[in-house]
Design a protein around this ligand. Structure first.
Ligand SMILES: [Fe+2]
Ligand SMILES: [Fe+2]
Length: 247
């Protein structure tokens, strides 16, 4: 039994493709088949696969139906976390999603899931991605204050959501945690954030995140060992559609 993670499948079996990257970047050519093949080669039925957000371009459940069929047909137990493009997922109605897909898929945002005595904690997260103002040499000299203030609010909301999840798991006796975010824990300017501080506060062993696409964005945030925790980017195009074994 192993735990795997990958993010950003951006499926569009039943909806319109909405990103140029998927048309122009060779990393995305046939990615659905390649990912399916890799999963069938690597995963056993008792493995757990965490899909870290941006599952589908569908605007609602109906448009996502074929994408969910695809996800259902992947081997192992599937846990889905929320990404910024998951329009089908109303943050306040996660329980309803879990009811609808009971026994097939798990939608994780509230509470936690157990993996061999480790609590898997997840939320979309957030980080301020600009716009940043650059000088002629390309150094960041400022940013849009209004956008930043809005971003701070979103970070706060996600932070509160995660604290509630950690506390629930702790109350149930968990001491080991893995944190899944969709957004990277920090932006290109930050060394720390609400999320890195939470990772330290709850002694998280690993922070897993996705969202970053294309060679220019892959190294926007923390990777590898940082302040005693392992940080991993698992967006599908970064992993060349090979799910990453994290435990
Ligand atoms: Fe994405
Ligand atoms: Fe994303």
């Amino acid at each position: 039994m192993s735990l795997y993670a990958i993010g950003d499948l951006h499926l569009h079996f039943g909806s319109q493709l909405k990103a140029k990257m998927q048309l122009s970047d060779p990393a995305w050519v046939g990615h659905e088949e390649r990912f399916m093949d890799n999963c069938r080669r690597l995963l056993e039925e008792d493995d757990v696969l965490v899909l870290v957000g941006d599952h589908s371009w569908g605007r609602d459940l109906e448009e996502c139906e074929k994408d969910f069929d695809y996800i259902r047909s992947l081997p192992g137990r599937k846990i889905l976390t929320r990404g910024n493009h998951d329009m089908f997922w109303d943050a306040k109605k996660t329980a309803k999603l879990n009811e609808r897909f009971k026994g097939e898929l798990t939608f994780l945002q509230d509470g936690y899931e157990d993996y061999k005595g480790t609590a898997l904690i997840a939320s979309k997260g957030f980080c301020f991605e600009g716009p940043f103002y650059l000088d002629r040499k390309g150094n960041v000299v400022g940013y849009d204050e209004k956008d930043k203030a809005h971003a701070d609010k979103l970070v706060k909301r996600e932070e509160e959501r995660l604290i509630a999840n950690f506390e629930q798991a702790k109350a149930d006796g968990y001491e080991r945690f893995i944190l899944f975010l969709h957004y990277p824990p920090t932006n290109v300017l930050e060394k720390d954030s609400a999320f890195t501080r939470l990772a330290s506060r709850y002694n998280v062993s690993q922070v897993i995140y996705a969202h970053c696409h294309g060679k220019r964005r892959f190294h926007d945030s923390i990777e590898g060992k940082y302040r005693g925790r392992e940080y991993s980017l698992v967006s599908g195009d970064y992993l060349d559609w090979i799910p990453k074994k994290i435990m």
